[in-house]
Ligand binder design. Structure first.
Ligand SMILES: [Zn+2]
Length: 352
């Protein structure tokens, strides 16, 4: 299928928007990729693999997950700490990029035209049943977490993986409820992407602070359990959360290559359901990560999954949204303002 062809006029408008306004990506598996590449002997990984694209896309904030693959779960907590340490080392000499963990440091980074990185746990399987370990993760610079990835954990059941289609049942466990309370006490933000439907319902019933879906789309546009139903999107918006627009083709449903068209359809649907204040970008670009991980395991790289080549291509998506008739003001909110406002509100005011 043919994808949307961007007209020059909208491309120029989008480039200007990205030059003059902050862009935010609510989900990138960065810390894990940096650890793997360092283990493979690479150095200066963010500089070589990401920095130019982030600048081209005008990014002010990248939310990096700490994601522990199944193969590393037996020493998962240690692997998570290694990822955090690897990212800190990689950024040590990179003056353009800065780790942040509170509203004050995020504001300062933006004022000084730095690219801020916020760390969060994609899945808490690595802390077992012990919410007290959240305190330790926070000390290491973690600002948020999802309870579980697409697998079973002590706190909750994840939904199926993006490439599968099966309903997973069972909501939060007692330990999971305790973990949510502990996260609220520590002012950690809560991500519901990868949770199953019952888990979403439980979170919605017990949380007091706005939660977020960092990288999930609309299920009525593409029927994947990784996406949110209209009802869930309404609830997410109703409590002040944001849905980050995922650009993995198994989640957009653009399996025939109509990537921009499908991304736009998810945005249009979410605008209709949630309004313009509750949508952001949460691209989940993973081809670079997967290439590194496959190389480490001596496996052949699997086929590309990303709908955007890199963060610089966020400009193309923005142009496509403009071309669909979405106003510049709304697009500006979607490309960054909404997520920035969310994080400035949800993060602790100062570092503790
Ligand atoms: Zn994910």
């Amino acid at each position: 299928m043919k994808d949307i062809q961007i007209e020059e006029k909208y491309r120029r408008q989008a480039e200007k928007l990205h030059r003059e306004n902050p862009a935010v990506d609510a989900h990138l598996d960065l810390a894990g990729e940096v650890l793997i590449r360092r283990q493979l002997g690479e150095r200066d990984i963010v500089r070589h693999h990401y920095l130019d694209d982030w600048k081209r896309g005008g990014f002010s904030l990248i939310v990096s997950s700490v994601f522990v693959e199944n193969r590393n779960l037996s020493n998962g907590f240690e692997n998570a700490l290694q990822q955090i340490d690897a990212l800190k080392k990689d950024l040590a000499d990179l003056t353009e990029v800065r780790l942040v963990s509170c509203a004050e440091s995020l504001k300062k980074a933006i004022a000084e035209k730095k690219i801020a990185i916020l760390l969060y746990m994609e899945g808490l399987e690595v802390i077992g049943e012990d919410p007290e370990l959240l305190t330790e993760l926070k000390k290491q610079g973690i600002s948020g977490a999802s309870l579980v990835w697409s697998r079973k954990g002590a706190f909750a059941n994840g939904c199926c993986r993006a490439t599968e289609h099966r309903q997973v049942r069972g909501g939060l466990t007692t330990h999971g409820r305790n973990a949510v309370r502990k996260m609220e006490e520590l002012s950690l933000f809560l991500d519901v992407s990868h949770l199953n439907d019952k888990g979403f319902e439980d979170i919605q019933a017990i949380t007091e602070r706005p939660f977020i879906a960092t990288h999930s789309n609309s299920r009525s546009v593409y029927d994947s359990y990784r996406n949110l139903t209209d009802e869930q999107l309404r609830k997410l918006a109703g409590q002040g959360g944001i849905a980050g627009l995922n650009a993995c083709k198994y989640i957009t449903g653009s399996l025939s290559g109509n990537h921009l068209e499908m991304l736009c359809r998810h945005v249009q649907k979410e605008l209709e359901i949630m309004g313009e204040e509750h949508i952001g970008y949460g691209f989940d670009l993973c081809d670079s990560y997967t290439t590194a991980s496959c190389r480490q395991q001596g496996k052949q790289s699997s086929e590309a999954e990303d709908c955007l080549k890199d963060h610089g291509d966020a400009v193309l998506l923005t142009a496509a949204l403009l071309q669909q008739g979405i106003s510049q003001e709304t697009v500006r909110k979607i490309m960054g303002e909404n997520l920035l406002n969310y994080f400035l509100k949800i993060l602790p005011e100062t570092g503790q």
